[in-house]
Design a protein around this ligand. Structure first.
Ligand code: ACO
Length: 430
């Protein structure tokens, strides 16, 4: 594609308009249509924003056709192999990998903020024991604004960074508290001698009655899963966080909205939905039946964990997670029939014309649930795991927005309702 402007001609009025091509450092050429309404009187129609860039961003790059994902330029495969979640968090927030001193400071800051206000634990007890943890997460994270209202001057870059670090630090504490509330276990306070993922697992699973030792296999697997889920450019939840942030709303409210967006089964809720689906299929002999259902236009059933708005090739995260699922099961010395089922499903789907033609490949969440299950995480907590990791992406995008604000997010619509009509009294209706 060239960088020459695209000339649009309105046949009716004979007017023409040059639409400039906007280029990033990588990626597709993008037409800037900002002048279109003013110059030609037209808006553009793009339901679901399938063809629209809502902002420019220097955080994450995806080439969906080639199956490429990079954070701040670094390939996901390299970060998954060599980095840690906390280092990736620093990278996403700040743009560069830290030197040792910068990393030590960052780790100290995050560790310092891991506790939540005691009143927040009381607040948590108001939920019914079987409340979905994502509902609790959205409520509790939103409520953080009530605890830190003295540090919500978003025109101050230091307060913005403080809020971002607070959220990264407290998210595992809140997530574990949601689980413990459901289990009826007493609050577990963060043990700051542990690293980020170890501390989270300790808060999840330690009980006062017994000694708990974090499994290194589990801590390593979580670190990897958190790296892979940390950011994914303008996905539905991140776009939500940016949209809410564009109104000037505080970061806790913005991230609470992101958590709600993530919950849906078409987005982060897919990891829970995949496991439900595998359990529903139940046996390798029934895979064909469910593949047929997924292909049937009259059946709402979809293969969960398959397909992606951007990846029209293998999701690079799915490749890594698939291998990790094998490794974790092997290291724990376990066999999970759902793993065999998932592999068979993947094999058949990848050979099937319907999935091949529509370029539907396994996405990040096709195998993640199998790892979570093996590590003792209940299904209802799967999407919460995603939320812990994605908080880093959300706050990075929220900070980027505030450092270089775009106007308030306000899409237009094509109105299809009634044209003007007169009000009639209730007695004369019907
Ligand atoms: N199973 C069966 N058919 C599918 C699937 C699927 N999982 N995904 C897409 N298709 C079909 C659609 O029916 C559609 O067919 P059509 O062209 O005949 O109408 C075509 O493929 C294109 O699908 P769209 O829904 O238009 O694609 P879109 O980009 O809007 O949706 C999405 C992407 C939401 C991820 C979709 O593939 C899906 O629902 N997948 C299952 C849920 C899932 O795994 N979500 C997690 C995504 S990754 C993440 O958020 C972490």
């Amino acid at each position: 594609m060239s960088d020459k402007p695209v000339i649009v001609t309105d046949e009716a009025s004979g007017k023409t308009l040059e639409l400039p091509v906007v280029r990033g450092t990588e990626g597709e050429p993008t037409l800037s249509i900002k002048s279109l309404p003013k110059e030609l009187g037209y808006f553009t129609y793009d339901p679901g924003f399938t063809a629209t860039a809502s902002c420019s961003s220097a955080i994450t790059f995806i080439d969906g056709g080639k199956g490429i994902l990079r954070y701040r330029g670094y390939p996901i495969e390299q970060l998954a192999e060599k980095s840690t979640f906390l280092e990736v968090a620093y990278l996403l927030l700040n743009g560069e990998l830290p030197d040792q001193g910068e990393f030590d400071d960052f780790r100290r800051d995050i560790t310092y903020h891991t506790m939540v206000h005691e009143k927040l634990n009381t607040f948590m007890t108001g939920f019914h024991y079987d409340a979905h943890p994502m509902a609790m997460m959205a409520g509790v994270v939103g409520s953080l604004a009530a605890f830190y209202h003295d540090r919500l001057d978003m025109s101050d870059p230091a307060q913005r960074m403080l809020a971002a670090k607070r959220m990264i630090a407290k998210m595992p504490t809140i997530a574990a508290a949601c689980y413990r509330h459901h289990m009826g276990w007493p609050t577990a306070y963060p043990r700051n001698s542990l690293n980020y993922t170890e501390r989270f697992l300790d808060m999840m699973f330690s009980v006062p009655a017994e000694e708990y030792k974090v499994s290194p296999v589990a801590a390593k697997a979580f670190d990897l899963l958190f790296i892979l889920h940390a950011d994914h450019e303008q996905n539905a939840s991140t776009s939500t966080v940016r949209l809410v942030g564009s109104t000037g709303a505080n970061p806790y409210a913005s991230v609470a909205a992101g958590i709600s967006a993530l919950w849906g089964p078409a987005h982060g809720g897919a990891n829970e939905a995949v496991l439900n689906m595998l359990e529903q299929i139940g046996d390798v002999s029934r895979v064909g039946e469910f593949i047929d259902r997924a292909k049937d236009r009259d059946d709402p059933f979809r293969l969960m964990g398959f397909g992606h708005r951007v990846y029209k090739n293998y999701d690079p995260r799915a490749n890594i997670i698939r291998q990790a699922a094998h490794d974790v099961l092997a290291e724990l010395g376990r066999k999970d029939p759902l793993m065999d089922l998932a592999m068979e499903l993947e094999k058949i789907a990848l050979e099937d014309d319907y999935f091949v033609e529509k370029k539907l490949y396994p996405n990040v969440d096709f195998y993640s649930g199998i790892i979570y299950k093996a590590l003792g995480i209940p299904k209802s907590m799967f999407t919460v795991m995603f939320a812990i990791a994605r908080t880093v992406g959300w706050v990075s995008h929220w900070l980027e927005h505030h450092n270089n604000p775009t106007p308030i997010g306000r899409p237009r619509q094509v109105y299809t309702g009634p044209v003007e009509r007169d009000y009639t009294d209730i007695s004369s209706r019907g």
